[in-house]
Design a protein around this ligand. Structure first.
Ligand SMILES: *[C@@H]1O[C@H](CO)[C@@H](O)[C@H](O)[C@H]1NC(C)=O
Ligand SMILES: *[C@@H]1O[C@H](CO)[C@@H](O)[C@H](O)[C@H]1NC(C)=O
Ligand SMILES: *[C@@H]1O[C@H](CO)[C@@H](O)[C@H](O)[C@H]1NC(C)=O
Length: 490
């Protein structure tokens, strides 16, 4: 799990517990408490406007907010894991005692929220307390990927919200992973239940710092917000209050307005994240199928004679899996391509899509047609960018075309002795340059005259999902952002 630790801080605001009594006075409204856990290095004062925006949007509740201060602005010191969160539990109780909130049962009346690293702590706290809260809101952060505290399995309602222009680990490419769990949960529980219990939203034009106005979380790593502070606050207030309303005993009118808000947010979230999930799916086989057709350089008229099957294997089995081919009775050539992918460290997108394919000389020989033996892995990578540009939303594409840095294609690299095991151990090279991202695929070409495994072409390819990361996020950053990631700890 990535943890945000910013070493870059600006003007220090106060870091005391902040207790905000309800702004709604109607005694018939349900009384609820929101406990807010700050992100790393961020003083509580910088969350006051955010908390107030949520309070004023939550018109159906008498909502108390307690922003809990933590020593050195690091909640993780009180709560390093899901099994060791007692200090944070006590710190929260201590802060809540300063409010006039007199709740009976946290499972009904208390919500926990956190921003950035505070989202991680909030998730740990709720898990540590065995989900005995009314709900969890994670802003610019996320819950566990797997297990009981994965979004799919969470037994309390969870809202995820992060900025479209979050350049760190809660970027749309990461949130899409959680959105995928939410979407698959929704298949069996229905869309309204999904938007009530597990909504995952990307907020248009916001960055990570919009959750803590006045404090710039990540001076280098982040992109810049494209909305005013007021727009950011009302977007956050609308989403958070809709979630609180849907998970509290509010009136039908309030709930129905909240659902309308969620549905509106969902349509933007879907436009950002459905394409990312499509690109993740391509990594699981389909992209090697595309690559196989491209790499052999058949004329369009002959391409239909090549039938491609997939053998999708975990990376640990990639070294021992091999292609095969048969000429069918009708004269077509049926080939089996081996597909795998390698995980990246900072992305959900694969570092590379690895394909063992049949080569151009084999296809020419078996089909008795002309092929182009000069097509390279780099040619397939250019296709990945075309694919990514066709997948991203118009908004992302236009921003990239206006401000983003492009691509530099290096000739395919080869391994010593051109042998399979070294190819499997090697990697695609992705290097940030001043004006582009340099991509160097690793390749292994064994023509039909090769003495070992003749008739194969192996590539470590750029994933279309990784191309989307560059287009939607990293290409927009000032150069060189990666050299200054001391504010980023794993
Ligand atoms: C949810 O829990 C079940 C049962 O423990 C487990 O098999 C499944 O992998 C979990 N889901 C996720 C996304 O981790
Ligand atoms: C080709 O490989 C696949 C996957 O290993 C296998 O299922 C298939 O039977 C093989 N076909 C031939 C003709 O060897
Ligand atoms: C492949 O490249 C070689 C060397 O540059 C060239 O001689 C040949 O004509 C090329 N083949 C095709 C089909 O383009």
């Amino acid at each position: 799990m990535l943890i945000f630790v910013s070493l870059l801080s600006n003007g220090r605001a106060a870091n005391e517990d902040i207790v905000l009594p309800p702004v709604q006075t109607d005694a018939s409204l349900p009384e609820r408490l929101l406990v807010f856990i700050p992100g790393a290095d961020v003083p509580t004062d910088n969350y006051k406007l955010t908390a107030q925006a949520i309070q004023s949007a939550a018109t159906g509740l008498r909502l108390h907010v307690v922003i809990t201060s933590v020593f050195a602005e690091l909640c993780i010191g009180y709560c390093p894991s899901e099994w060791a969160c007692d200090s944070l539990k006590n710190r929260v109780a201590d802060a809540v005692a300063k409010s006039t909130f007199t709740g009976a049962n946290p499972k009904d009346d208390t919500f926990v929220a956190g921003h950035s690293l505070g989202a991680t702590c909030a998730n740990y706290l709720v898990t540590y307390q065995q989900y005995q809260y009314a709900g969890l809101m994670v802003f610019g952060g996320y819950v566990d990927q797997t297990g009981a505290s994965s979004l799919f399995n969470y037994t309390t309602p969870v809202l995820h919200m992060a900025g479209e222009l979050d350049g760190g680990s809660a970027r749309p490419g990461t949130l899409a992973f959680y959105y995928g769990q939410s979407r698959s949960w929704g298949l069996t529980h229905g869309e309204k239940a999904r938007l009530t219990f597990k909504p995952v939203h990307v907020l248009p034009g916001l960055d990570q710092s919009d959750f803590c106005p006045g404090f710039f979380v990540t001076a280098v790593k982040d992109l810049h917000s494209e909305v005013t502070q007021n727009v950011a606050l009302s977007t956050i207030g609308d989403g958070a209050s809709a979630f609180l309303h849907l998970n509290s005993p509010t009136t039908e009118t309030v709930k129905s307005a909240a659902m309308t808000t969620m549905e509106g947010m969902q349509s933007f979230s879907a436009s950002m994240m459905d394409p990312i999930l499509d690109a993740f799916a391509q990594e699981q086989g389909p992209w090697c199928k595309v690559a196989q057709h491209t790499i052999v350089g058949l004329d369009a008229a002959d391409d239909g004679k090549l039938k491609v099957n997939l053998d999708v294997v975990p990376f640990s089995d990639f070294v021992d899996a091999h292609t095969n081919y048969t000429v069918q009775a009708d004269g077509n050539l049926e080939v089996t391509v081996v597909s795998s992918s390698e995980a990246a460290t900072q992305h959900q997108a694969a570092r590379s899509v690895d394909c063992k394919m049949v080569d151009a000389t084999r296809v020419a020989m078996e089909l008795g047609v002309t092929t182009d033996p000069n097509v390279t892995c780099a040619d397939v990578n250019k296709q990945a960018v075309t694919e990514a540009l066709s997948l991203v939303s118009d908004r992302s594409r236009e921003r990239y075309e206006e401000k983003g840095r492009g691509w530099c294609w290096k000739p395919d690299a080869t391994v010593l002795g051109n042998v399979g095991p070294l190819f499997v151990e090697g990697m695609i090279t992705l290097t940030e340059a001043a004006d582009c991202w340099e991509v160097t695929s690793l390749s292994l070409v064994l023509t039909t005259s090769s003495w070992m495994f003749p008739g194969n072409h192996y590539c470590k390819l750029l994933s279309p999902a990784m191309a989307m990361e560059w287009i939607m996020t990293d290409s927009l950053k000032p150069y060189p952002w990666h050299a200054m990631t001391s504010d980023f700890m794993i």
